[in-house]
Design a protein around this ligand. Structure first.
Ligand SMILES: Cc1cc2nc3c(=O)[nH]c(=O)nc-3n(C[C@H](O)[C@H](O)[C@H](O)COP(=O)(O)OP(=O)(O)OC[C@H]3O[C@@H](n4cnc5c(N)ncnc54)[C@H](O)[C@@H]3O)c2cc1C
Length: 459
């Protein structure tokens, strides 16, 4: 394992205090959840306020009214869905990107189901009133109503994004293809907006309601542009990060050492990750998440990457001087998540990377224990560095080596190795199945859920 090239970034702890990200504040979650609930209430009230008893007294009128409500609720669900994935800083720190993306995935399909219900019910309702065929009515709506053509195109784009996110379809698709299709949802939402305020019964002729709805969409647009575009551009321009060199750690793992201006001012904590965009001819258009394996020290930092596909493989050939665009940092897998001063860090394979940088940010007096899991010694990523740091801190380190069938991590085995495990915060990173097994074992050993922290390498 070669580490000589990394010497400049290997000091045990930085000499100048680094800028750290703000702590995640649970109150942010309560405030935003309250605001989302209030927004839902206002949306439903707007939907109800646009109806009269007379308009719902016939079956066709009732279909139209329910269709309108479904349209409003679909729009609102989409606002919340997009906000969940907008990388809003305080939300990311309080909840974590993995959980936000999980919620985004759960809510996303409901926006689409409501949209489909909206289209079907409105067409049936209008056809019922006009006594025409359903297809003729659909055609007429699309061609004659202002903004409807854009809404129809938007609906098709949203359906495409929904179908491509369906688990089975997504598994067959390259990540980048799925991502590109997903990007069209922004265009789809913009196209659909015009139709909402022009044709929506709750908005046409109601300036206050229109103002409220427009303000919601403008705020969403500002959040997406601010957090997903402006902040990353500003940070990338400010820090001007470049590849210094690529160091081979093992046959399928490389470390990329990065250099930049004033990295001590980059608000990142050990254990966090960025979306990295390496600006070479073949790679500039795709960003990948990688955790820091070394926190910024003076003007350098580092990531360590396992060859798991074409892009991670290509990193081995990155030329020195390659400019890098960063988005982030993200993640709650950080030292300040610990509730006490005793910690256990558990990593499998390349899952050891965030543990390495997290170790650097732990309090000097923390009681540290580390468990590394791999099929053999060579598969323990950054093992020597981690061992060196654990030794310096007077901590303990275990290695669980061997085939899965031979090694069992259970509550009993954890308690035997570490009798005080129930008093520790446990940080786990590795394949999802491994993380789940360790979390179950920790619970069985008496570690409360709030003290089990994990980072998933799969969104
Ligand atoms: C929060 C987080 C932190 C990570 N940190 C590290 C790390 O420190 N070291 C490391 O080696 N790996 C890390 N990974 C995993 C790494 O991002 C993927 O292995 C890498 O993106 C694979 O890309 P590829 O084109 O080489 O492989 P592909 O063959 O395209 O994909 C391999 C797998 O990675 C997933 N993947 C591909 N691109 C992305 C993306 N942009 N976002 C999320 N998943 C993607 C695919 O769905 C597939 O499951 C991390 C992942 C996440 C989510």
């Amino acid at each position: 394992m070669s580490t000589t090239a990394l010497r400049p970034v290997h000091a045990a702890s930085p000499r100048t205090p680094r800028r750290l990200p703000r702590r995640g504040r649970p109150v942010v979650v309560d405030v935003l959840a309250g605001a989302a609930g209030l927004g839902l209430g206002i949306t439903i009230a707007l939907g109800i306020g646009a109806q009269s008893w007379q308009s719902v007294s016939s079956p066709a009128g009732l279909l139209t009214a329910v269709g309108r409500m479904a349209g409003l609720l679909s729009g609102y669900a989409m606002i919340v869905t997009v906000a969940l994935s907008a990388r809003i800083g305080p939300l990311e720190r309080a909840i974590g990107q993995d959980r936000l993306i999980r919620w985004h995935r759960r809510l996303g399909p409901w926006g689409l189901y409501l949209l489909l219900a909206h289209v079907i019910l409105i067409v049936l309702g209008y056809a019922g009133v006009a006594q025409t065929g359903v297809l003729a009515q659909l055609w007429q709506l699309v061609l004659t109503y202002q903004g409807m053509l854009g809404a129809a195109v938007g609906t098709l784009l949203l359906l495409m994004a929904g179908i491509s996110s369906y688990r089975r379809a997504r598994r067959r698709m390259r990540y980048e293809t799925w991502w590109a299709v997903h990007l069209y949802t922004y265009l789809a939402l913009l196209l659909a907006f015009q139709h909402q305020v022009q044709n929506g019964a709750s908005f046409a002729g109601h300036p206050l309601a229109t103002l409220w709805w427009t303000a919601l969409w403008v705020a969403l647009l500002a959040a997406v542009v601010g957090w997903r575009v402006a902040l990353p551009v500003a940070r990338s321009l400010r820090h001007r990060i470049r590849v210094v060199e690529v160091v081979r750690e093992s046959p399928d793992v490389v470390s990329v050492v990065l250099e930049g201006r004033r990295l001590d001012r980059l608000p990142v904590a050990g254990g966090q990750f960025f979306q990295w965009r390496f600006l070479t001819r073949g790679e500039w258009w795709q960003a990948h998440p990688f955790s820091l394996s070394h926190v910024p020290h003076e003007h350098r930092m580092r990531i360590t990457v396992k060859d798991l596909g074409d892009s991670s493989r290509d990193l081995a050939a990155l030329p020195a001087g390659t400019p890098v665009f960063i988005e982030g940092p993200y993640g709650r897998f950080t030292a300040d998540a610990a509730t006490g001063h005793r910690v256990l860090l558990v990593g499998a394979g390349v899952g050891a990377t965030p543990l390495r940088s997290l170790l650097q940010d732990l309090d000097e007096h923390a009681d540290v224990a580390v468990l590394l899991r791999g099929s053999d010694e060579a598969s323990l990523v950054l093992r020597d560095e981690i061992a060196e740091e654990v030794e310096r801190r007077g901590g303990r380190m275990w290695e669980a080596l061997g085939a899965r069938t031979r090694i069992t991590i259970s509550g009993e085995s954890l308690r035997r190795a570490m009798p005080d495990i129930a008093d520790r915060d446990v940080f786990v990173c590795g394949p999802d199945a491994f993380t789940a097994t360790v979390a179950t074992a920790c619970r069985a050993a008496g570690v409360p859920d709030a003290r089990i922290h994990h980072e998933s390498f799969a969104f």
